[in-house]
Design a protein around this ligand. Structure first.
Ligand code: OGA
Ligand code: MN
Length: 287
């Protein structure tokens, strides 16, 4: 199978043109796609027409799949699919996570072995007004960010470790008025706080990533609280500088594969019903 490529931004992302993902990729093509993926952090495939089964089958080529802690938003017939949507069912209940990713994050950085990648497929996207699109997603390279830090800061954080907490995200979002219910004791137990190096070598490429994010990273170990907070704020603000970011304007049929070990992302929540957005996500475990 042959395809063409087109860079999405200067430090992150590649579009893959000419592959139909509803058909299984042959092994040679898959290997080429994986190399491209490892080198670019996110891959965009446009104009895809996938069944849920095809989305899952494609995802499995990258590794075993996760079933998310928010069980009520998994498709009951396909628990590998997490529904990310603002749509309500006929009883007025959300059919999926309505406020996913509204702070910068790498998916599941709050678990001991964060998931490798996520495949988000756009089934319904709010209609644009001319050039003005709604529900964009921004992606930033953690690797470009690390590499652009000054040698002083790189040395300062070389051996630092940070605590990541799933609960912290809830606390932050509730402060901002999110309507999500608090986590149950069981959900908390399923997602206890974890520790990751601040400079985390990518498990496949070995390239160093600045592995902190505003959703889940709560403090740097072995530092005074004020110092830890100042350092985290500085790193987090630096990591989302424009030069590390690609902002995607979704079209129905887009599939984006992103590397949670090399990138972070942010959902832009600038739409409300009756504008409808329906995305399906699969998530590939670390192993
Ligand atoms: C996610 C996520 C962002 C979006 O599904 O992991 O963060 O724009 N989604 O829907
Ligand atoms: Mn996410």
């Amino acid at each position: 199978m042959s395809f063409k490529t087109r860079p999405l931004a200067s430090t992150i992302g590649m579009e893959v043109v000419g592959l139909d993902l509803s058909e299984p990729l042959d092994d040679a093509t898959l290997a080429e796609v994986k190399t491209l993926f490892n080198n670019n952090g996110i891959l965009l495939f446009r104009d895809q027409d996938l069944t849920e089964e095809q989305h899952i089958a494609l995802s499995r080529r990258f590794g075993p799949l996760q079933s998310h802690v928010l069980k009520s938003y998994l498709k009951s017939d396909h628990p590998e699919i997490l529904v990310v949507s603002n749509i309500l069912d006929d009883q007025g209940r959300p059919i999926g996570i309505g406020d996913a990713g509204q702070l910068w994050h790498s998916d599941t950085s709050y678990i001991a072995e964060p998931c490798h990648c996520s495949l988000l497929y756009a089934r319904e996207i709010p209609k644009p007004d001319g050039d003005r699109t709604y529900g964009d997603t921004a992606f930033a390279s953690l690797i470009a960010a690390f590499e652009a830090l000054s040698p002083d800061i790189q040395a300062k954080i070389a051996d630092k470790r940070a605590v990541h907490s799933y609960e912290a995200y809830y606390v932050r979002r509730q402060k901002e008025g999110s309507k999500r219910p608090s986590l149950t004791k069981e959900q908390q137990k399923e997602a206890p706080d974890v520790i990751h190096p601040v400079v985390r070598p990518h498990p496949i490429t070995g390239r160093k990533a600045l592995f902190v994010n505003e959703s889940y990273s709560v403090r740097v170990l072995d530092m005074e609280p004020a110092e830890s907070e100042a350092l985290l704020n500085e790193l987090i603000a630096f990591g989302i500088s424009d030069r590390f970011v690609y902002r995607h304007k979704w079209r129905k049929g887009d599939l984006i594969l992103w590397d949670n070990w090399a990138t972070q992302h942010l959902a832009i929540a600038d739409y409300t019903l009756p504008q409808r957005r329906l995305m399906h996500r699969t998530t590939v475990l670390a192993r």
